[in-house]
Design a protein around this ligand. Structure first.
Ligand code: MG
Length: 401
């Protein structure tokens, strides 16, 4: 692609090669809870993973590259949960330096265009990404970014809040990301920029280099998650549209057999007997799985994992619950809560309850306060009272669009 002018005819015949550079090197701790905000889960999916997903969906051909802080490799890998990206670069102390390093890493593949985006803006729409990629590859501008014209009146104030002047808002915009550039132009601009300037966005870098820049209408939903209140807003944005609320139950029984341990809610517990079953006979996870499947009216465990199928002999029941979880996700829904009651005389559940809650929460990618594990006996009555086996009953609540 030529440096300037005359590019349009080339682009008509050949799609530009696009890179997405996601800036995730910040130590965003203002949102609380110790973990940098880009790695924190939002309704089960970490912020940076949501951002990767939306760009992947909007621009399947683009190579996605992420800039992270030194030492965050394991956090990123865990957050991405198997999503593959084209590259990961270690950033610098400032955002400006981090983005420059990311751009340098892209010189290997020399894309025609780069979209530089904040990891903490996961709610950009695929439509806006598409539009920006189209605008960035055409016309007379070196860079294009989404923004919102300012509606509030603007005051210039001293440190103590004393108003010094009213500033006309007529020409003022709030700028968002992704900021889209012809790659060689923004690479040169970053290389020329003094790192000490600590510029907060790439339009500021580009402006200093004399690039021609344009703002287009952005989206209020494309806000940057910064504070704890932003996290609340983000969760509301995800949850509020899920108004179809379903509750379903699950029930399961497994008989005792000779052995030295049982699996209950994903936790191995030493015991005088084992539980008999085709899989690992985790009666707790089976009941929860059926409850979740019931919420999406998707049959029961046997529909997907029939005991007649040798593949599931001795299988970890975690697989079954993950499948149910993924069916809910595929419907665009979320699991709001699960509650399971284990019914037996022995083993004692109390000492293992916290571990069970942790395992179920991890498998379902839920916060621990959305998982309840309870236990009861049947006062020595019936088959559980006679220590012939363990029963479990579960309830799940799922929210769907
Ligand atoms: Mg079972």
């Amino acid at each position: 692609m030529p440096e300037n002018g005359g590019a349009n005819s080339n682009l008509m015949s050949k799609a530009p090669r696009i890179a997405v550079l996601i800036a995730a090197a910040g130590k965003g701790l203002r949102a609380g809870e110790g973990l940098s905000k880009q790695y924190r889960p939002l309704c089960g999916v970490p912020v940076v993973a949501r951002t990767v997903d939306v760009f992947r969906a909007a621009l399947p051909e683009a190579q996605i590259h992420i800039v992270i802080a030194a030492g965050d490799e394991a956090l990123l890998s865990q957050a991405l949960g198997g999503r593959e990206v084209a590259g990961v670069t270690t950033g610098g102390v400032t955002r400006q330096d981090s983005v420059r390093r990311g751009l340098e890493a892209l010189t290997n593949t020399a894309p025609d265009m780069v979209l530089i985006h904040d990891a903490a803006r996961p709610f950009i729409s695929p439509i806006l990404i598409h539009f920006l990629a189209k605008e960035g590859g055409s016309g007379d501008f070196d860079g294009v970014a989404p923004g919102i014209p300012i509606a509030d009146s603007i005051k210039k104030c001293a440190a103590d809040g004393a108003v010094e002047a009213s500033v006309s808002r007529a020409d003022l915009w709030r700028v968002q990301t992704p900021q889209v550039f012809r790659f060689p132009a923004i690479l040169d601009a970053h290389r020329a920029a003094d790192p000490a300037l600590n510029l907060s966005d790439d339009f500021a870098v580009a402006e200093r280099a004399g690039l021609r820049l344009k703002m287009v209408q952005g989206e209020e939903a494309n806000f940057k998650i910064t504070t704890a209140a932003d996290f609340d807003r983000a969760i509301a944005a995800l949850v509020n549209p899920l108004t179809d609320i379903r509750t379903a139950q699950g029930f399961d029984v497994h008989a005792f057999s000779p052995g030295d341990h049982v699996m209950l809610c994903g936790v191995r517990i030493a015991h005088t007997h084992a539980l008999l079953g085709h899989s690992d006979a985790d009666v707790g996870l089976h009941a929860i799985t059926d409850a979740v499947l019931g919420c999406v009216a998707a049959g029961d465990i046997g529909t997907y994992f029939p005991p007649s199928d040798p593949r599931w002999k001795g299988a970890a029941s975690q697989l079954f619950l993950e499948h149910a979880r993924d069916l809910v996700a595929a419907r665009g829904g979320m699991i709001a809560h699960v509650d399971v009651t284990l019914i037996c005389e022995a083993p004692k559940i109390g000492p293992h309850r916290d571990a069970m809650i942790g395992r179920v929460a991890d498998i379902l990618r839920l916060a621990r306060d959305r998982v309840s594990v309870k236990a009861t006996t049947t006062e020595r009555l019936g088959f559980t009272g006679r220590n012939e086996g363990i029963a479990a009953m579960a309830t799940a609540t799922v929210r769907l669009p």
